[in-house]
Design a protein around this ligand. Structure first.
Ligand SMILES: [Zn+2]
Length: 351
């Protein structure tokens, strides 16, 4: 039985030692479900290895605090060990420290100043189709209804708001195949991408401010495909382009922008994921920022906050782990950062 009344540092160490590589979260999900079900102030639901617990006080606002239970594969870094202020082990930073803070809050704040939904989900570290949050959003969207969400991914104790979207496009240039000994009978498609590259080189990325945070876009070639043989003038060359766009654009608007940049060229889209607005202008989010302190910054990479955003729930990343240590063999978390994070969240939910 997981003891949720123990110190948050000891609780982190305890759940680090319950191995939970993606796809193998059952033992930890069972322990979490059992511990939360013992608390009379929480209603607990489960879908696969995802556990959702909620207070039902009937307050006017509901916030959601989420964390994934899974880790990347263990790399000889379990069980945990402590050296001074640092707790070492697989998943310490990404993101069992955040999960421990959420579990502590769930157990020790029976009457928060706003209703809280706690979500502990599986399969974040693997392909999107297996993602537990994705599955719950599809099967039980009502479980995720909230005014604001905090995803306790490692951010080193700083609020990272929203996230940028991403899309991949292909710009195709066609030519005419010929023998390279008589190249003037052909049209070289590889030579033809020069204006495509020129537009990319001249491109000036936007730095838009969205809900008070400055994002930084990027449009870049990430691959070039072309060539038939050493003696053939190629008739086809494709430039793969990645556009990282700020959350003030929808996927459709981002695609439109890419079409405009490559006006006159053949453009097709490969895949896309939407961004997420940080929503820090919403009063409940502003209260969170005030309680936590520090200066929020924009999240530039893509994270699961976008899944909340797609459900209409503004979301931020905030957690005690260090994002730069995620997925490393020598992964660790600062014990004092975990305590700090618990204190800040407690402050937000109780004052
Ligand atoms: Zn993570």
């Amino acid at each position: 039985m997981l003891d949720l009344t123990q110190d948050v540092r000891a609780l982190t160490a305890a759940i680090v030692d319950i191995e939970s590589v993606s796809g193998d979260e059952r033992a930890l999900a069972d322990a979490v479900e059992r511990a939360l079900s013992a608390l009379p102030h929480l209603k607990v639901d489960r879908s696969g290895e995802t556990v959702v617990a909620r207070t039902e006080l009937g307050t006017s606002e509901r916030v959601l605090i989420a964390g994934h239970l899974d880790t990347v594969p263990v790399a000889g870094n379990l069980p945990n060990r402590v050296e001074g202020d640092l707790l070492y082990g697989c998943g310490t930073s990404d993101m069992k420290a955040g999960v421990a803070v959420a579990l502590k809050l769930a157990a020790t704040v029976p009457a928060p100043n706003k209703d809280v939904t706690y979500v502990f989900y599986d399969c974040e570290e693997v392909e999107a189709e297996r993602n537990g949050l994705n599955r719950v959003a599809r099967d039980h969207p009502d479980w995720l209804a909230a005014d604001f969400a905090v995803l306790m991914e490692p951010t080193d104790g700083t609020i990272e708001g929203g996230c940028q979207g991403t899309l991949r496009a292909e710009v195709t240039v066609r030519g005419k195949r010929a023998h390279s000994a008589r190249s003037w009978f052909g049209v070289n498609a590889i030579h033809g991408i020069e204006p495509v590259l020129a537009r990319l080189n001249a491109y000036e990325a936007r730095l838009p401010v969205v809900d008070g945070l400055e994002y930084h876009e990027g449009l870049n070639a990430v691959g070039v495909r072309g060539g038939v043989a050493g003696n053939v003038i190629p008739d086809l060359c494709v430039v793969s382009v990645n556009y990282r766009f700020a959350p003030d654009l929808t996927i459709e608007q981002a695609q439109e922008h890419v079409r405009e940049v490559f006006d006159g060229f053949e453009v097709s889209f490969v895949d896309a994921a939407p961004g997420a607005r940080p929503g820090l202008t919403h009063p409940v989010a502003a209260a969170f920022a005030a309680a936590v302190g520090g200066t929020p910054r924009a999240k530039l990479g893509w994270t699961d906050v976008a899944r909340f955003s797609a459900l209409g729930v503004p979301a931020v990343n905030y957690g005690p782990g260090d994002p730069n240590l995620a997925h490393q063999q020598g992964e660790y978390v600062s014990l004092s950062k975990i305590v700090e994070s618990e204190r800040a969240m407690l402050n937000w939910l109780t004052t």
